[in-house]
Design a protein around this ligand. Structure first.
Ligand SMILES: Cc1cc2nc3c(=O)[nH]c(=O)nc-3n(C[C@H](O)[C@H](O)[C@H](O)COP(=O)(O)O)c2cc1C
Length: 311
């Protein structure tokens, strides 16, 4: 017998039927008069993380929101991550009241606006501003060319939903009340302290303080957890044997040979990635007229790979 109860799956299941940890961000978009307005969002997740022409996030949002209407028109947004602080969170929740116009929200805005990097590199362009108090910001462009969404029109003032014959599957207007936005990441802006944490090595004190949305909410309260100091958990380290790396290498359709000491440098690579890594080595060898890969060539390949990663 299961040790769990069966809970009904209903609309907005992530906040009605689950405890679902999520980030809390303020999304900045452009109004028609070129000002920036902000709305709070949690349904935001990495979407294209590798292997595509660009990196992207997915945002799910009420299609009558200022954010959705502005994205449909002006395409750009900034995703601002504020540190855990009660007064910032109160301001975040205030900005979440549905139906307030950008003017109503922004006249009492308690945070500080500044231009992002996109504006710096293209001063004539129109880009939403970022929040100075944020510890990190993503500057994004809506990928309206996906799922045929480029002709989607925003709702007019006073309309609260769409009546379309066809809704998109994952980008643009996806239901009468909903929208999904694939957001291409143009820039990641990081405050100096956390930039240094990422680039020079992480320790617990170098992490930003992050509030976490609990998903579940009731009609009265929004629930979130305050920041706790992060603790490290060691990753599992598994090593295979040179023989099993050789087994995978022998399966490659190539004349290129590997010495044992070269293969020994790959014993920590998880088995599932071995063919790809070995094929990368063979490709390099063929391009550089190398017939035997020794430890020396492997070092050159590794250096090249880490240089590419840094880029
Ligand atoms: C912490 C928080 C997270 C929220 N997350 C979402 C979300 O992911 N998607 C959504 O449609 N609404 C979300 N809301 C509700 C929107 O903020 C609300 O619809 C608001 O009116 C949007 O502002 P805007 O019209 O200026 O875009 C959230 C509200 C709060 C307070």
């Amino acid at each position: 017998m299961s040790s769990f109860k069966d809970l009904r799956i209903v609309d907005n299941f992530y906040q009605t039927s689950l405890f679902f940890p999520m980030p809390v961000v303020l999304i900045g978009t452009l109004t028609d008069d070129g000002k920036t307005t902000f709305g709070p969002y949690s349904l935001l997740a990495p979407f294209y993380v590798a292997g595509k022409d660009f990196y992207a996030m997915m945002l799910e949002c009420r299609n009558s929101s200022n954010t959705a209407r502005n994205l449909l028109k002006h395409k750009k947004c900034t995703v601002n991550f504020l540190p855990d602080d009660r007064k910032y969170f109160r301001e975040t929740v205030r900005l979440g009241w549905p139906g307030d116009s950008p003017e109503e929200k922004m006249k009492d805005f308690k945070l500080t606006l500044e231009d992002g990097l996109r504006k710096e590199e293209d001063p004539e362009g129109a880009y939403p501003q970022v929040i100075r108090e944020a510890f990190q910001v993503m500057e994004c462009t809506w990928a309206d060319w996906l799922d045929g969404a480029e002709n989607d029109r925003p709702l007019e003032d006073g309309e609260d939903h769409y009546n379309l014959d066809h809704y998109h599957d994952f980008n643009g207007i996806t239901t009468p009340y909903g929208a999904h936005f694939v957001l291409k990441i143009d820039r990641i802006l990081m405050k100096e302290k956390y930039y240094s944490t990422i680039v020079n090595g992480v320790k617990a004190s170098g992490f930003p303080r992050i509030p976490v949305d609990y998903g579940y909410r009731d009609s009265k309260n929004f629930w979130y957890t305050k920041h706790r100091r992060p603790i490290p958990e060691l990753l599992p380290m598994r090593e295979t044997t040179v023989q099993s790396v050789r087994y995978a290498a022998d399966r490659l359709q190539s004349e290129v040979q590997f010495t044992d000491d070269a293969l020994a440098m790959l014993v920590k690579v998880p088995r599932i990635f071995l063919p790809t890594v070995l094929k990368g080595c063979v490709k390099w060898a063929e391009e550089n007229n190398v017939s035997v890969i020794t430890e020396k060539e492997m070092k050159i390949i590794n250096d090249k790979r880490s240089r590419e990663k840094k880029k």
